[in-house]
Design a protein around this ligand. Structure first.
Ligand code: GSH
Length: 345
């Protein structure tokens, strides 16, 4: 039986990478996207504009839940959370821009769908946020459920799954609505405040954030129904397995760390652990890194610089932030949620 490359060669390239010591990733394992990133010295990430998920702070430094996964990627590639450049792009423009090579990855609340995979040519990393589509209405409308919106004018963002799902919903229920299709997110949000539309529909997390930004949030209600499943995942161009795997295992590192109870604050303590699984994960045992062509300490570096999944969640969108989300489905599988890391071995 022949293998693409022999185990002996794998071990040899790993050893070379270690002896050079400089690059976080052995070039023998690079793909076109990683090559371009390493030449450029920075990862280009497409994001959105919802504070808590992605927004520049008062110093212009990007902050947010999705932003932190971009920083984690920069740690995997460069061992530097700042070697990443964030640019906001509308839902309509972001996938074509990714395809055209303007971004290396989208971390912008993109839903994984079969059309985007097969027809549009994108691959998705692990789901980082399980969401569902919601409807935000003015309280004064007196509406309690989506079905009450018969005849309503509803704002939708162009190019989103939400645009399609709301059409399905009204078709299914046999009721009528008038869609107002808006590309720009500021204009989209303003349409509800100004009364141009009766309701907005989008990922419910996005609507909850938008609501919290309104002058009078209490004048608006997020209806209880979720019209769809919106698994939000990192999107990359199809055809570059190596880059996809780097994205996959960067996200998994944050989840696995939380499963182990490893945090930014205690990760150095864990370096002393005698547990073989933790030794492998943190790169104390270097064999794993050598085998996969990543810095054996990439997971350690990520947790040290950015923290585990729970820390990323809590810091940006958790109960003690303005956004105030509960973990819900975005909780570890061991606590009733859907987050699960494949084994680091
Ligand atoms: N998940 C939907 C919607 C994507 C989407 O519009 N996401 C929000 C953030 S969760 C967004 O980007 N809003 C526009 C913006 O922030 O500029 C899709 O993939 O089509």
């Amino acid at each position: 039986m022949t293998y693409p490359f022999s185990l002996k060669r794998l071990a040899a390239t790993g050893a070379v990478a270690l002896s050079l010591g400089a690059a976080a990733i052995s070039s023998a394992f690079a793909g076109p996207t990683l090559d371009a990133i390493q030449q450029r010295g920075v990862i280009k990430v497409g994001v959105g504009t919802s504070p808590g998920f992605f927004a520049p702070d008062s110093n212009g430094k990007w902050q947010g839940f999705f932003v932190d996964f971009g920083r984690a990627l920069a740690v995997t590639v460069f061992n530097d959370p700042n070697k990443v450049e964030f640019t906001s792009s509308s839902p309509q423009q972001r996938l074509p821009a990714l395809q055209a090579g303007e971004f290396d990855i989208l971390l912008s609340g993109v839903t994984q769908t079969v059309t985007r995979a097969f027809k549009l040519g994108f691959h998705f990393g692990p789901v980082v946020f399980y969401d569902g589509q919601g409807i935000l209405v003015k309280k004064s409308l007196g509406v309690e459920k989506a079905a009450d919106l018969d005849g309503a004018t509803i704002g939708v963002q162009s190019g989103t799954t939400g645009e399609l799902n709301i059409a399905d919903f009204f078709r299914k229920t046999g009721k009528k609505y008038t869609p107002v299709v808006i590309e720009d997110s500021k204009e989209f949000v303003a349409a509800l405040e100004s009364g141009r539309v009766d309701a907005l529909t989008q990922d419910s997390s996005d609507l909850a954030i938008r609501r919290s930004e309104f002058k009078n949030p209490d004048d608006y209600v997020l209806l209880p129904e979720r019209l769809s499943k919106e698994p939000l995942a990192p999107a990359v161009r199809a055809g570059d397995d190596r880059w996809l795997e780097i994205v996959n295992w960067t996200v998994y590192a944050t989840i696995q760390a939380e499963e182990f109870g490893i945090t930014q604050a205690n990760v150095d303590e864990f370096l002393k652990s005698e547990d073989p699984a933790i030794k492998r994960f943190l790169g104390v045992d270097t064999s794993l890194g050598e085998a996969i062509g990543l810095d054996p300490k990439f997971a350690y570096n990520i947790i040290k610089a950015v923290g585990n999944y729970g820390e990323i969640f809590d810091r940006n969108i958790g109960p003690n932030t303005k956004v105030g989300f509960q973990r819900g489905y975005n909780e570890l599988w061991t606590k009733g949620g859907l987050l699960y890391s494949p084994p680091f071995r």
